[in-house]
Design a protein around this ligand. Structure first.
Ligand SMILES: [Zn+2]
Length: 413
């Protein structure tokens, strides 16, 4: 099929249809007129520092502190300040507080101003400029080591592993020279990159197979779909050991691939460190949680359509995981160990259909819900657009900023 050159207008439509889920941006009200003489105090909250400490340090009026706290009580409680968060205090010529600004998180700040009727507090959303970024890379050793350092790339890698968690086991399936392409939103403030937003589309080439994922909003929820519009979700995860759970807490430098998979019998053995969290591969009901002979600590989950999954040799069974309890896919149910007949710590994972053992790796598991017919045209427009984005992602390991969407629309439109 011949590729149709990108039509900017079409892209903008699809792009903003997609962006519709983003929280409403509160218009920042005009700041109150500042008096001629004032003093500014800016800083970042230190560990354990309270507003009281800051007031004391700069010899500010403690009565005003109570007024400020009271004014913001229903909007954002100032009792707990978080280390690293920025603040700004503006004083008038009488050394009284004119305004107090505190950065609640990356997306909003607290703005307190003096008015004729005392202090008035409001939460203001930060309007990030969104740009589309291209990231490409080739796997060397593991996904995390293959991403550039900084700029939230670890989080991006985890986001990527979540998207493909039903198709690719990022701890055991990756091969050197596998490659990935990511089209992702970059959120900018005053022209400076702040963080990544959602991955809009992605391609992962794993051992000769190519997987693509497209973000799409349906029934108020963003999810990822293949090119035909089928959800990437399946009733079973590719692995009961979540790459996200294994990797979080590892920095790029400290991460080493720790898993090996073996198949010596009716099931899979994942060598992993004692204490590695084990997730339920699918939604189901716990039908056994306790000691059972060679399995050691064992959990059995019953799923729909006669499926059961077994998790053996656990060092510990998760809190609240017992007979009759319903578990959701991905929930941590226990921790890797070496109980029962095991020479070293590993997870014994088994899947059965009507009590007949099957190989979970080669089993064809159908995908989840598809894009509804009424949304298919919009979905196709979006995938066409994303395909041309993906085509232009360089496989190098660096971030290239695509032409800013808005500027483009003005030029072309
Ligand atoms: Zn085993």
């Amino acid at each position: 099929m011949k590729k149709v050159p990108m039509k900017a207008a079409l892209f903008i439509t699809a792009f903003f249809a997609f962006m519709g889920h983003f929280s409403l941006i509160t218009k920042e009200e005009a700041p109150p007129v500042q008096k001629q003489e004032f003093r500014k105090i800016t800083g970042k909250i230190k560990k354990g520092e309270t507003l009281f400490d800051i007031f004391k340090k700069y010899k500010l009026d403690i009565i005003e502190l109570y007024k400020i706290r009271e004014a913001s009580a229903n909007i954002h409680r100032l009792r707990e300040l978080y280390p690293g968060r920025p603040y700004k205090i503006v004083l008038d010529k009488n050394a009284q507080i004119n305004s107090f600004i505190y950065g609640i998180d990356d997306d909003c700040f607290l703005n307190i101003n003096r008015t004729d009727k005392g202090f008035r507090a409001e939460k203001v959303s930060i309007h990030h400029e969104k740009r589309i970024l291209h990231i490409g890379g080739t796997i060397k050793d593991n996904l995390i080591a293959s991403m550039e350092e900084g700029n939230g790339n670890l989080l991006l890698a985890l986001q990527l592993s979540d998207i493909f968690a039903w198709d690719i086991d990022f701890t055991t399936d990756l091969r050197n020279n596998d490659s990935f392409k990511i089209v992702v939103e970059g959120l900018y403030l005053d022209g400076r990159f702040k963080k990544y937003g959602d991955i809009l589309a992605s391609e992962f080439s794993n051992n000769g197979d190519i997987y693509r994922a497209y973000a799409f909003k349906q029934n108020g929820k963003i999810d990822y779909y293949d090119k035909t519009g089928k959800s990437l979700r399946k009733s079973f995860l590719k692995s009961p050991l979540s790459f996200r759970r294994i990797s979080s807490g590892f920095s790029r430098g400290r991460y080493h691939p720790i898993l090996k998979i073996r198949r010596p019998h009716q099931g899979l053995d994942y060598a992993a460190a004692t204490g590695t969290p084990v997730s339920a591969a699918g939604d189901g009901t716990v039908v056994f949680a306790g000691r059972r002979g060679q399995y050691g600590n064992l959990i059995i989950i019953r799923h729909r359509k006669g499926y059961k999954t077994y998790y053996g040799h656990l060092s510990k069974i998760g809190k609240g995981v017992r007979n009759g309890v319903q578990v959701d896919q991905g929930r941590v149910i226990g921790y890797v160990g070496a109980t029962g007949l095991a020479t070293g710590p590993h997870l014994h994972y088994e899947m059965r259909i009507d009590n007949r053992p099957v190989n979970p790796i080669s089993l064809k598991i159908p995908r989840g819900a598809a894009i509804s017919e009424t949304m298919l045209i919009a979905f196709r427009q979006f995938t066409d657009q994303m395909n041309s984005e993906l085509t232009s992602v360089k496989p190098s390991n660096h971030i290239a900023e695509r032409n800013a969407t808005r500027r483009r629309s003005q030029k072309d439109g």
